[in-house]
Design a protein around this ligand. Structure first.
Ligand code: NAP
Length: 277
């Protein structure tokens, strides 16, 4: 999240409008080795990166995506060292062509998709009165339009992987926000985009549970990452939820029996109480 006045203009235009694959490996790797694979958007830092670390440490095959190539490449090296088999695809989730390229790139490399993690997200603070519509559109493009398109493109692969695997399930994990449920002053556009993402998760469960695709929305209050650095003058990092707390919830989802689906997890920040981020 960034204060409106501080927003990096590069993030409005998108630094990497084209989707480019940065790392090659043997095709259909995951299927050959019987490994599970995940696609993690926003996998270069913060919550997405730490979820990718959890999966890498278990030897999963991973595709990670983000816009900035250097940070993404560094993340891929770290995840590979942790035990993952990693493909990095640079792409701006505000760009429709990049979204399709990410799913196609993952399928071409690994041939299966057990978990789709939707962690890429942006926020821009400001009052509703006079709010900048390009900022509104950017948040809706990245926070809800891209997840919708990613899920839409990925569903055939998620269904196929669910059918092929012994547990008979695949997962969509969306990092939503407590702000999508309980509004924070100055975060109306961000909160509305996350409320829409929570709704999308419910719809995925309604339409796709019968096909073996389960979806979970994880809605944390403020988490100590770069995204929430703008508010540390009033909410210090040491009072925020840790990234590990979110990763532990993802771990819980992965160890559940195939008969159980947790559709929504709220993570409160103790210092804020139950209804504030
Ligand atoms: N931190 C919090 O307080 C908090 C609380 C609740 C929910 N969340 C949600 O959790 C998710 C992860 O947030 P975080 O705190 O880990 O943020 P972060 O540290 O800023 O990481 C965001 C990730 O998303 C990528 N990203 C941003 N815009 C993108 C775009 N247009 N296209 C592709 N990738 C993009 C970033 O890489 P590039 O910049 O290189 O693209 C980065 O990998 C977000 O959806 C956020 O809304 C965060």
């Amino acid at each position: 999240m960034i204060a409106e006045s501080e927003m990096d203009p590069r993030s409005l235009s998108g630094l990497n409008p084209d989707c480019s694959i940065m790392k090659e490996d043997s095709p259909a790797f995951a299927v050959e080795e019987g490994r599970r694979s995940a696609l993690v958007t926003g996998g270069s830092r913060g919550i997405g990166f730490e979820i990718a670390q959890l999966l890498a440490s278990r030897g999963w095959a991973l595709t990670i995506t983000a816009r900035h190539a250097e940070q993404l490449e560094q993340a891929a090296r770290t995840l590979t060292a942790a035990g993952g088999h990693v493909q990095a695809i640079v792409g701006d989730m505000a760009d429709d062509a990049a979204i399709e390229g990410v799913i196609n790139g993952h399928e071409a490399m690994f041939g299966e998709l057990s978990v789709l993690v939707l962690a890429a997200g942006v926020g821009s603070a400001g009052a509703i009165a006079g709010y900048s519509m390009p900022r509104f559109e950017k948040q809706f493009a990245v926070n809800i339009k891209a997840p919708y398109a990613l899920v839409s493109h990925a569903l055939p692969l998620l269904r196929r992987s669910a059918t092929a695997r012994p547990e008979g399930r695949s997962h969509v994990v969306a990092i939503t926000s407590l702000d999508g449920i309980y509004p924070e002053r100055g975060l109306a556009a961000y909160g509305a985009s996350k409320a829409a993402l929570i709704s999308l998760v419910r719809s995925i469960n309604t339409e796709e549970n019968a096909n073996g695709v389960l979806a979970t929305a994880i809605s944390p209050a403020f988490v100590a990452t770069e995204l929430s650095a703008w508010t540390t003058d009033t909410i210090p990092f040491d009072s925020m939820i840790s990234v590990e707390d979110v990763v532990n919830v993802v771990n819980l989802l992965l160890i559940l029996s195939p008969n159980a689906c947790i559709p929504h997890v709220l993570i409160n920040r103790v210092a804020a109480g139950p209804y504030r981020a």
